[in-house]
Structures are given as structure tokens and as C-alpha cells.
Design a protein around this ligand. Structure first.
Ligand SMILES: O=C(O)CCC(=O)C(=O)O
Ligand SMILES: [Fe+2]
Length: 446
């Protein structure tokens, strides 16, 4: 049995390890790394409640003093519960062992209860995240004209200035470098003018090398997680992973300005508005500043972002949960296609980002179906007693084409980007309906 050990712990932290099964699973909890940090100005500690686990989850509970330390990183002006999450360790390989099944079930249960989980970074991933963070800082510190040169008119990869992205009609303050599949202009898909297909305009090879290595490592975790979810749901092997051969995985490297140093284009204190992401899994790392909020799954909150925009959903309502930074961990939330495929059993996780008193760096890797994938809800998940009871997805006859969903979302988020203008002007959108773009593994006829 493997346990998570010292690297995640600091003196004075409370840790409980629960043996889930006599194999390779350990879950544990620990407090945020915010010890000793000053409380942000304007934050009222009385307004922050602490999420209290049910008795059966007591192993997750932290002593009040640790909970207060976690509150110390919440962005000012926000009211939220504070999450205390299980941290799971992924096995080296998913083999379908009893331990894998139990871990898969524990993961599925945790997502259904909390909407988010933490997984421990491997030693290599810690080094990769540190290098990626350093590269991100080096990129965002470049002069504006150098960053602005990193755009491409065919792919949505590259630089997005603070105030350029729009969520629910309001500018986000996040500054972003997006990474999509880096395709040479000679690639048949680029030559055939497939929407969103083109090069990634890297500023230099150093950033490209570091981020590519980190993404490959996160991609391995993504595949393991999908295998574990299949086991946890008790569905046929390949129900999810059949869609991720040549997945349209992509990444957002993010910087958030301090709340008092914005360009005034967005809404005070808001980094990114409430939204769900588009694919299967979002594996993310954040620095020690804090800013991420999520909503837990709830019977009362129904949404399906591929049918009707979930952007802005309940953004100013109560019921948000703050996710404090925990050193040495990735968080994993779920996307629209996971919700669709599991027939609402695993819901996409609504989330938003608040601006803090210091600038914040985060890194979100999206583990996605292939651009050409046409998906249908997993048969074994239909007719089960789910979030939206008995509501087998209407689209199940036709399915959802992931490339169309992705393109729709990027057109919506970047209405003024050169890529959107070219896509529409050249009538590329029309290609999304063609057989070629809806058959996995097929390349354009030359
Ligand atoms: O910064 C974060 O923690 C989350 C970013 C996010 O939600 C996104 O990039 O879609
Ligand atoms: Fe997101």
C-alpha cells in the first residue's frame, strides 16, 4: 500500500489517512499552504463559512485553526464555503485491479459530492509545474507588443490580453496563453482549412519545450483518470477513452492581475466569470495566491452548456465553494462532455475566478475528446437514477460533435479575435458538418 507522505505535509498540519482497500489507494487531507499569510484587506472572516463534511467523511475534516488559515487566501469581497478536499494518488498504471475499482468509485463519489478532487503531483510533475510557472511568468512579463505578436489567424492558440476574453458578455481580466494542437501549415487539416486547426504561435522554444513536457505528463494522468472513472461507473472499458485517441487536448496558461491593477475593462474583483469547461476533465495547478471558486453538484441546479450557455450561471448567488491552493496537488474538475456522456451522473463543474490582492498564476489543462469525435451518452448510464431524473439526453440520436462544441465556445468567447473573423469570412464553419470532420482518425482527401 502506498501512502502520500511527507512532501505534502508541513509541521502542525492535521493529516488522517484512510485505508480504502488493501491495495494501492490512500486518501488524505491537509491544509492549504497559506500559513502565515496576511488576511487580504476587505475580507470579512465572519462571512466565510467552513464546509462541514458529513460524519461518514470525517476523515476529511481539519481542525478549525487550519480552516482559518485556508480562509486567509480567499479573494476579498467574496462569500464562500471553504473546500477541504481528499487528495488521491494515481497508480502507475490502471489495470482494472480491485484497488483500481475502489479508487475509481472513490473518485466518482468525490466528484458527485464535491464537484472537484485533488490528485497528488508526482515528483516529476512538481518540477514541471515549477518550470511551467517560471516560463509563464517570463512570458507575461514581456512587453505587450511581443505578447500581442503571438497570435494565429487559423488556430485559437496564443496570447489573449486582459479584457479580451468574454464570459457571459463581460470582459474577463485573465491574461492567457492558449495552447492547442500545434499543427504545421503543411498539415492536411490546416491545408483543408478545418476550423481551429493551425500552429501554436510560441514565443520561443524554451516555453514550448517546458509546456509540452508538462502537458504530456498531464495527458497521462487524464487517460488514467478516464480509465478509473470507467471502472468507478462500472461501464464498459473504452466508454470514455475511445474518444480520446488523438484528443483535442489544450491548455490555458493564466495570469490574473491584482484586483487594484486592472485595465478597467471588466467587473471589479472578477477574474473569470462563472462557466463550465467544454470537454472531459480539467486538470489544473495554481500558485499560492488563491482565486478559484466552484459549485458542488445540486439537484436544484440544472444546466447543459452545449444546449444553452451556462456562462454567468449563478455568478452572484450564494453557494460557491472556495478552493484554497494546496501545494503539490492538481485539482480535477469535470467538463460538459463528461456530463453528456454520463447522462448527468457526473455533472460539469461550474467555476469562476476572483481577483486577489496579489497577481496569480494558474495552469489549466483540458483533457478532451478528438475534434472529430461524435459522442452519445453511454448506454449503461441511461435510465439510471440521475441528477436530472429520467432525462435521457435529447441529442442522443444525433450525438454531439465535439469539434462543433469547441468551435462554438471559442467563437462565443473571442468574438473580436482575428481567428473568429477568418473562420466566418472563409465560411469554414460549414466544414464542421462534413463526414470528414466527423470521422475519428480520418484525414482530408488531398
Ligand atoms: O485559474 C483557475 O484556477 C481556473 C481557470 C479557468 O477556469 C479556465 O481557464 O477555464
Ligand atoms: Fe474554466
Amino acid at each position: 500500500m502506498k501512502f502520500l507522505t511527507r512532501p505534502l505535509l508541513r509541521p502542525g498540519q492535521s493529516t488522517t489517512i484512510r485505508k480504502v482497500m488493501a491495495d494501492n489507494i490512500a486518501t488524505m487531507t491537509h491544509s492549504s499552504p497559506g500559513a502565515g499569510m496576511a488576511m487580504p484587506p476587505g475580507f470579512d472572516i465572519k462571512s466565510a463559512q467552513c464546509f462541514r463534511p458529513k460524519p461518514s467523511e470525517r476523515h476529511c475534516r481539519l481542525p478549525a485553526k487550519d480552516i482559518n488559515v485556508q480562509n486567509g487566501t480567499m479573494p476579498p469581497g467574496y462569500k464562500a464555503q471553504v473546500a477541504q478536499l481528499d487528495t488521491f494518488e494515481l497508480p502507475a498504471r490502471v489495470t482494472g485491479s480491485l484497488g483500481d475499482r475502489a479508487l475509481g468509485k472513490a473518485l466518482v463519489d468525490a466528484w458527485r459530492r464535491h464537484g472537484i478532487i485533488q490528485i497528488a503531483m508526482s515528483r516529476t510533475q512538481k518540477a514541471l509545474w515549477n518550470s511551467a510557472k517560471a516560463e509563464s511568468q517570463r512570458f507575461f512579463r514581456r512587453p505587450h507588443h511581443e505578447k500581442a505578436a503571438c497570435v494565429d489567424s487559423e488556430s485559437y492558440a496564443g496570447y489573449i490580453a486582459s479584457g479580451e476574453e468574454v464570459t457571459d458578455g463581460i470582459a474577463d481580466y485573465s491574461e492567457i496563453f492558449t495552447i492547442t494542437k500545434d499543427l504545421d501549415p503543411s498539415d492536411p487539416r490546416v491545408r483543408a482549412r478545418w476550423p481551429c486547426h493551425g500552429p501554436c504561435p510560441w514565443p520561443d522554444t524554451r516555453m514550448k519545450d517546458v509546456m509540452t513536457r508538462y502537458n504530456n505528463s498531464l495527458g497521462n494522468d487524464g487517460e488514467k483518470l478516464l480509465g478509473l472513472i470507467e471502472l468507478g461507473l462500472g461501464v464498459s472499458p473504452g466508454s470514455l477513452t475511445r474518444y480520446t485517441q488523438d484528443g483535442w487536448h489544450h491548455t490555458r496558461v493564466l495570469r490574473f492581475p491584482p484586483r487594484n491593477a486592472t485595465n478597467g475593462k471588466g467587473k471589479e474583483g472578477r477574474g473569470i466569470g462563472s462557466h463550465t469547461d467544454y470537454g472531459l476533465l480539467v486538470i489544473a495547478a495554481q500558485d499560492d495566491v488563491g482565486g478559484l471558486f466552484i459549485r458542488r453538484p445540486s439537484q436544484k441546479e440544472q444546466f447543459a452548456n452545449w444546449k444553452k450557455s451556462a456562462a454567468g450561471l449563478l455568478e452572484d448567488d450564494e453557494g460557491w465553494v472556495y478552493v484554497p491552493p494546496v501545494d503539490g496537488t492538481h485539482t480535477v474538475i469535470l467538463g460538459d462532455m463528461m456530463q453528456y456522456l454520463t447522462n448527468n451522473y457526473l455533472m460539469a463543474t461550474p467555476h469562476k475566478v476572483g481577483l486577489n490582492t496579489r497577481e496569480r498564476f494558474s495552469y489549466a489543462y483540458f483533457h478532451e475528446p478528438a475534434f472529430q469525435a461524435v459522442m452519445k451518452p453511454i448506454e449503461e448510464m441511461c435510465g439510471r437514477d440521475h441528477q436530472q431524473e429520467g432525462s435521457k439526453e435529447e441529442e442522443s440520436d444525433e450525438g454531439i460533435h465535439y469539434g462543433t462544441h469547441f468551435t462554438n465556445m471559442f467563437i462565443r468567447n473571442y468574438p473580436d479575435r482575428i481567428t473568429t473573423a477568418r473562420l466566418l469570412a472563409e465560411d469554414r464553419y460549414r466544414l464542421l458538418a462534413t463526414e470528414e470532420l466527423r470521422t475519428m482518425g480520418r484525414l482530408p482527401a488531398s
